[in-house]
Design a protein around this ligand. Structure first.
Ligand code: 8ID
Ligand code: ZN
Length: 349
């Protein structure tokens, strides 16, 4: 009962718009599963893929999307640890070689030969998507597929970023871009992990959402007269947050974070603004012992842990559902910075 044709959103030209059209349903290879995608989150990475603003080419034509939640409908002959009818998710890392020294040490996202969903292989903006069985997210049956979709990239990525920050319960973390998709998830994971979160973003709608999600303070980067002071003031003794999670899609906050991070604190870069560079004063970095690092999605264990926080009811970030046919409108809102939280597309519409 798997159809031969399906609806998908297809990018036919880098820098163009996506087209809602019918394409063939793919067939899984021996080590792959075919997932009937019910819902997919829309990540800013999908917009980077459309615009082609990263130093890494996408496949063309491309079906984007890497937060796809659905039901396994077919599997290759080598797959035996996931059953037809199981819930599963397509995440950014669609597959990796599993034999290099990165894969062997649970650093699969660093594999030099990765398959990236919705980037180098077709992703979840279609009704039937393929994933390597080793990598598809295992989703417990009690989870709601609509609500869990954004966990598959946004949730996983910020959970890993918070772990990489080394921040411990009771400490302070600044979330830069807190009103966006990753940011709204970061506020919920931070709270669940016992951290105090300082939210930084712009506008009243995002302020309201951030406070509802558990931020102790909101700093509006569009109106603050002195952002560095405002962030430091929000921490005990004014020494600044122990960690900074940079999720914004502009360069400026990446240059600014070293000015307010606490001495011996850690700046974790996650957002991927085009053509951006990091800059920090060497003197302060040395004498204040500042750590600056990157964090890139998460491995299979991080995925399982991030999903389990959700399963336990600890992660409730707002999202809006629209039909897959409306994807271009979601991209337009995202480009304008007008999305508080996440959009999820319903592939049946
Ligand atoms: O593994 C990774 N490292 C990873 C995984 C997933 C996504 C990285 N990303 C990258 C995306 O490619 C993108 O570059 O993280 C970035 C954020 O993705 P998103 O959360 O999906 O984007 P969004 O929903 O548009 O949110 C961005 C927020 O940043 C705010 C915006 O207002 C928006 O709410 N923002 C900006 I743009 N400039 C800001 C500033 N100067 C700012 N917030 C505070 N200060
Ligand atoms: Zn993503």
């Amino acid at each position: 009962q798997i159809p031969t044709e399906q609806w998908a959103q297809v990018l036919e030209k880098t820098g163009g718009t996506v087209v809602h059209k019918k394409i063939p349903v793919p067939k899984p290879g021996p080590d792959e599963v075919l997932i009937n995608i019910k819902y997919s989150g829309v990540c800013h990475t999908d917009l980077h893929a459309v615009k082609g603003d990263w130093p890494l080419a996408t496949k063309i034509p491309l079906v984007g999307g890497h937060e796809g939640a659905g039901v396994v409908v077919a599997r290759g002959e080598l797959v035996n640890d996931i059953q037809i009818g199981d819930y599963a998710g397509i995440k950014w890392l669609n597959g990796s070689c599993l034999s290099c020294s990165f894969c062997r040490t649970a650093n699969e996202p660093l594999c030099p030969k990765p398959d990236l969903s919705g980037y180098t292989v077709d992703g979840s903006f279609q009704q039937y998507a393929i994933g390597k069985a080793a990598h598809v997210a295992r989703i417990p049956k009690e989870c709601d597929l609509e609500a869990i979709a954004p966990i598959l990239c946004a949730g996983l990525t910020v959970y890993k970023g918070l772990k990489e920050s080394g921040a411990r319960p009771g400490e302070f973390v600044a979330i830069v871009g807190a009103g966006g998709g990753l940011g709204s998830m970061a506020l919920q994971y931070a709270r669940a992990m016992g951290l105090h979160a300082i939210a930084i973003d712009g506008g009243a709608e995002k302020e309201k959402m951030c406070k509802e999600l558990g931020a102790t303070t909101y700093v509006d980067f569009t109106t603050s007269k002195n952002l560095v002071e405002d962030v430091k003031k929000a921490t005990p003794e004014g020494y600044g947050p122990h960690a900074v999670l940079l999720l914004a899609v502009t360069e400026k906050p990446f240059q600014q974070a070293s000015e307010y991070v606490r001495s011996h604190g850690t700046i974790v870069c996650v957002g991927l603004p085009a053509n951006a560079f990091l800059k920090a004063p060497v003197f302060d970095t040395v004498t204040r012992m500042i750590n600056i690092k990157g964090s890139y999605v998460g491995n299979r264990q991080d995925t399982a842990e991030a999903i389990d926080f959700f399963r336990r009811g600890l992660i409730k970030a707002p999202y809006k559902v629209v039909g897959l046919s409306k994807l271009q409108e979601v991209f337009d809102l995202m480009e304008a910075g007008k999305i508080a939280g996440r959009y999820v597309v319903d592939t049946s519409q």
